[in-house]
Design a protein around this ligand. Structure first.
Ligand code: ZN
Length: 356
């Protein structure tokens, strides 16, 4: 369909203020690191996270699997080679293949996790990343799904709080990922391309249940900072996220891979950003390129209308609607681009000295 709308595009070359990409993954793509750093330079991105630095991910058969990898490689190849440009989180023991039980002895698992988290933080990891597989696929030895607020895991979250590192926990996904994959599904084109992203089957918990477990986890550990990615995975209902942030001062969000959801409700999204400007972090969760960063700057900074958002994999062309920019004021942009990240990511404040 040809769009006959006459409009002017305003695509920023660089972020208005130095940006910290607080939600991304390098996936051991060490050979591309020079190119990634150049794209960051071009776009004005000071620093980029690798949330899964100890995870070895394999794509196969339209899905993925993973196993434990070496976090040391991140420090050798990324942190040492590009000082101040990359930092990492660890998934600690939550790097086990989800085809196997997460644990047989829960107490030993929690102890082992705490030990490994301490070790990785000593090496330089800045936080703990929990993938969506917790609550969705991981089971205990009895075959029961292990939910995020499972009391057997509580020592892990308490330890993160003691160490002063945030827990970035992905739970649930877009509402449409839990609905039948039919043309009526609002993410039909995406789910057809990536069938493994659909959790419509009866073997998966419902979205609402995942969010309930997650919210209880956040409330149960008020001394631990939780980063809830993808607008707390409920961008379709900003009122819900707003109430969650109001009631949980230890909760922060990022809006990575959800500008499509926000950009179809630009007035509500803008109000949301203004109200919660101290709790939102920048991050894209897509392969780094200057083009993708610039898309995000355009979304945050301009009042451009009706433009194409990228799909979750960072490619353009599968959108089922277009988005509108939020035109956020400078004070809000500063917080979102780097100030909030500097508040909760250990060490970042020192590293940003002289760069902001
Ligand atoms: Zn991610």
């Amino acid at each position: 369909m040809a769009c006959r709308l006459v409009k002017t595009d305003h695509i920023p070359e660089r972020a208005r203020f130095p940006a910290v990409d607080a939600h991304n993954h390098l996936w051991s793509d060490w050979d591309r690191l020079g190119e990634i750093a150049r794209a960051m330079d071009e776009a004005g991105v000071a620093c980029c996270s690798d949330l899964t630095a100890n995870l070895d991910l394999r794509m196969a058969g339209g899905g993925y699997s993973f196993r434990a990898g070496r976090i040391e490689t991140f420090f050798e190849r990324a942190a040492a080679a590009h000082p101040g440009r990359f930092y990492c989180f660890t998934t600690a023991t939550f790097s086990r293949p989800f085809s196997e039980p997460l644990f047989t002895d829960a107490r030993a698992f929690a102890e082992e996790t705490v030990e490994l988290l301490r070790k990785h933080v000593r090496l330089g990891a800045r936080g703990l990343k929990i993938l969506k597989e917790l609550g969705l696929r991981y089971r205990d030895a009895g075959g029961n799904i292990v939910f995020a607020d499972d009391p057997r895991l509580a020592p892990v979250w308490e330890e993160a709080g003691r160490l002063g590192v945030p827990v970035l926990i992905h739970q649930s996904d877009p509402a449409a990922f839990f609905e039948p994959v039919t043309p009526e599904n609002e993410h039909f084109d995406t789910l057809r391309k990536y069938p493994s992203w659909s959790f419509a089957g009866p073997e998966f918990p419902r979205k609402e249940a995942l969010l309930e477990h997650r919210d209880r986890l956040v409330r149960n550990h008020p001394r631990t900072v939780f980063m809830l990615p993808h607008v707390a995975n409920q961008p379709e209902d900003l009122g819900y996220v707003s109430r969650l942030l109001d009631s949980c001062p230890n909760a922060f969000i990022d809006f990575s891979a959800r500008t499509d959801e926000l950009g179809r409700q630009p007035y509500s999204a803008r109000d949301f950003f203004l109200r919660h400007s101290g709790r939102i972090l920048f991050g894209i969760d897509m392969p780094v390129s200057a083009e993708l960063y610039r898309y995000h700057f355009r979304f945050l900074e301009t009042r451009d209308e009706f433009f194409i958002p990228p799909d979750y994999d960072g490619t353009f062309g599968r959108h089922r609607w277009k988005v509108h920019g939020l035109g956020l004021p400078d004070a809000v942009l500063k917080r979102v681009y780097h100030e909030n990240a500097m508040l909760i990511i250990p060490g970042l404040r020192d590293e940003m000295v002289g760069r902001i």
